[in-house]
Every structure is written in structure tokens, then in C-alpha cells.
Ligand binder design. Structure first.
Ligand SMILES: NC(=O)c1ccc[n+]([C@@H]2O[C@H](COP(=O)([O-])OP(=O)(O)OC[C@H]3O[C@@H](n4cnc5c(N)ncnc54)[C@H](OP(=O)(O)O)[C@@H]3O)[C@@H](O)[C@H]2O)c1
Length: 228
């Protein structure tokens, strides 16, 4: 799908990867970029159109989808990392994480399905290397990203006229990974890879070595990832 002249909607576009995605869409000549945020006043990127969207609010999603019938590309980026432990974290927090990271993109994708089908558009979901493996302190989050990976696969089957890309990456240098001291990918690199993937109609984009290694390890015995 061509970005030049296209109308793009990015969720969670006020900061982090979402802000970089909105900027990259503009840099590639998108005709219009809707930068969705829970609080549109926090969108600071010149040239985008700020719109209000909490991806867990069905009424806001329905209202926006009814209004924005010119969207060619939906980038499901907004997400949270709230919990670290299946056993010790509060169940409500774990449910909340699934609500944002799985049901959020699911609801947004459903709401824009008719418009994207009519326009033969494209959906991209920002997933993670943790769609395919768990490391200590990430189990509930990883489950949300595994579910969201399968959401991308399901959308591909159900929306044959829409291109669907699932993007996977290890740590990225944003607020979400501020506590991480390991090496991190720059948000602008994620954004470049994302739009390269959309331009090529790639089903999956594996941004970094971490995501490539983890995906390759899926074909091995689980002891390769989780010990004997
Ligand atoms: N950073 C990493 O290491 C990493 C790695 C792999 C994948 N990812 C994924 O990349 C995506 C972006 O993460 P990031 O690193 O850019 O994180 P971030 O800097 O924490 O930004 C998260 C964004 O999501 C928005 N958001 C959260 N809940 C929302 C909701 N209910 N409705 C609408 N927007 C909501 C936030 O808005 P507010 O400003 O209103 O909170 C913010 O714009 C997420 O899906 C994340 O899981 C991140």
C-alpha cells in the first residue's frame, strides 16, 4: 500500500512509538495523519490532525470510525505494560492490560473494517518479541501480545481486501521501557520499518535481532527458551 497521499490513523500518537509513526507517515507524504490520543491536547506533532480516542471506550471508537471514513491505513499502536506477574499481580490490573492491548486493537480494527475494506486499505498492529516468548517480569503482558499477534492473523483471514501487518520488536527507547538498561531500538527505526512493511504489504515486520531470534526459537523444543 502506498503511503504517499494516503490517510493514516495512528493510535497512541502523542508519545513514544506512536508519535514516531505519525511523524514518519507525514515524512512519507501521507495526505492526512490523524493522531489519536486519549487527550488530543498532548499531541504536539506539527501537521497532524489530533483526534480523541481511548481504545477501551466503545462509544469513542464507534464515533470516530463513523466520522473518519477517509482512512486508508490504521496503525494500532496504543498499549500498556502494567503487570509483571501472573501470580502476584492484582487480577484487575492483568485484565486491564488485556483490555487495552488485545480488546483495544480488536475493537478499533472491527470499527474501521468496513472503511478499510471499501478503500482496500491496510492495518498494522504494533506487537512485540514478547508475542512469542516470556521473560521474567513480563508474563501477563506477553499474553496480551500473543493474543494481539493472533488478532492480526485472524483479521488477515476475515478481511481479504485489507493488508494486515504484525510488527514485532524487542525493547524500544520510550517511556514504557524507561526502566530497561539493555540496548533499545529507537522509535524512529520502528516507524521506518513499520511503513516499509506497509509499503511492501508484508504480513510481518521483525524490526530487530531479538524479534528474529525469538521467532526462530518457536520451532525448537520449548526448553530452548525456558530451560530443561
Ligand atoms: N517500548 C517497548 O520496549 C516496546 C516494545 C515492543 C512493543 N511495544 C509496544 O509499542 C506500543 C507503543 O508503546 P510505547 O513504547 O510507545 O509506549 P509509551 O511510550 O508508554 O506510549 C504508550 C501510548 O499508548 C497510549 N495509550 C495507553 N493506553 C491507551 C488507551 N486506553 N487508549 C488510547 N491510548 C492509550 C498512551 O497514551 P497516554 O499518553 O494517554 O498514556 C501512549 O500514547 C505498545 O503497543 C507497546 O506494547 C513497546
Amino acid at each position: 500500500m502506498k503511503i504517499q497521499g494516503a490517510t493514516v490513523l495512528v493510535t497512541g500518537a502523542n508519545r513514544g512509538i506512536g508519535k514516531a509513526l505519525a511523524e514518519e507517515a507525514l515524512a512519507r507524504g501521507a495526505g492526512k495523519v490523524y493522531a489519536a490520543a486519549r487527550d488530543p491536547k498532548t499531541v504536539t506533532t506539527p501537521g497532524v490532525v489530533p483526534v480523541k480516542l481511548d481504545i477501551t471506550d466503545p462509544a469513542q471508537i464507534a464515533e470516530l470510525a463513523a466520522l473518519l471514513t477517509d482512512v486508508d491505513i490504521v496503525v494500532n499502536n496504543a498499549g500498556v505494560a502494567l503487570s509483571t506477574s501472573i501470580v502476584n499481580d492484582d487480577l484487575e490490573t492483568i485484565r486491564r492490560e488485556m483490555e487495552v492491548n488485545y480488546y483495544g486493537p480488536l475493537q478499533v480494527s472491527r470499527a474501521f473494517a468496513a472503511t478499510l475494506t471499501a478503500r482496500e486499505g491496510h492495518l498494522l498492529i504494533v506487537n512485540s518479541a514478547l508475542s512469542w516468548a516470556v521473560i521474567p517480569g513480563t508474563s501477563p503482558y506477553a499474553a496480551t501480545k500473543a493474543a494481539s499477534w493472533m488478532l492480526a492473523n485472524g483479521l488477515r483471514l476475515e478481511l481479504p481486501k485489507v493488508g494486515v501487518t504484525s510488527l514485532h520488536v524487542g525493547y524500544v527507547d520510550t517511556d514504557m521501557a524507561a526502566h530497561i538498561t539493555d540496548s533499545k531500538v529507537a522509535p524512529v527505526e520502528v516507524a521506518r520499518e513499520a511503513f516499509d512493511g506497509i509499503e511492501k504489504d508484508a504480513m510481518e515486520v521483525l524490526v530487530d535481532g531479538t524479534s528474529r531470534q525469538v521467532k526462530a526459537a518457536l520451532s525448537l523444543d520449548p526448553s530452548a527458551l525456558y530451560g530443561s
